[in-house]
Design a protein around this ligand. Sequence first.
Ligand code: 2NL
Length: 334
Amino acid sequence: MTLAELVQAAEALWAQWEALAANLASLEEWEAARVQLLGRKGRLTQLFSALRELPPAERAEAGRVLNALKERIEAALAAQREALAQRARLERLAQERYDLSLPGKWRPLGKLHPLTQVRLEIEEIFARLGFDVASGPEIETEYYNFEALNIGPDHPARDEWDSFYLGEGVLLRTHTSPVQIRVMKERRPPVRIICPGRCYRRDNPDATHSPVFHQVELLWVEKGLTFAHLKWVIGEFVRAFFGPDYEMRFSADFFPFTEPSAQVHIRRKGTAKWLEIMGAGMVHPRVLEEVGYDPEEVTGFAFGLGIERMAMLRYGIEDIRLFWQNDLRFLSQF
Ligand code: 2NL
């Protein structure tokens, strides 16, 4: 091969590259072209090998020609690669474009269970009156659940059938009163608390009974408290929870842990039916003594209400089992 032939071959190679470059459609094709031209067995490499066949005097000139060609091809390849990459990016972006006419994904909003809503509402009412929220264990001993509350061993509520026993002297609490016993033993009067929580009784489920239910109990112990203060607190609650259209009535009742004891009814003004909303009373002196308070020095009152019952009265729900069936047609109404 002569120098002239080599220069011609180099020009032919450039012409070939230009034809090839015009048709490169993808990065894969670009890579194939690069290997064809610059690869270890590529055309340009072959031309460089041909240098050896030239007379030594012509090799420098031929080398310059080939190196210049190599630089041009490399620069052209780099430019081509950038153009192809840009095209690929634009194509991908075009495919990714959002179609704002597509329907959105429907994500239903969750909300609190009606019993939770009612509990929080009751907590807020009493928080405004200065009561703290206290809680305690659902697994209790007979002492806290019964004995400290003046419920002796022969009281019918101690019967196996009314409580879930987990072992000797250990049971699921049947009310939240044991929380109040625990708090009173920990603190000195004045004590002003409400105790919301889950309770358990061995009732057969029906429209008004559930073996698991929720209670809020209230306790206020301080010097000089009377039944009149109890009526005031309950009256404030009735007005806040049921509204101004209700009147309230107390009648005599009995609980081992209060004396005197009462049940409280409310009635919408102008209607006939009285609805029972809670049991209440002045804390029995024996209960005060049991927690280390002096009944000659302080008095207290307490009441207990069922959260399910409050929710049923408020919303006109006739079957307590609806709270546990988790039917969204029911739950979504609250
Ligand atoms: C009801 C009646 C009541 C109490 C709960 C109570 C707690 C202590 C001391 C005295 Cl530590 N009393 N709690 C008092 C009266 C009634 O609940 O029928 N609830 C649904």
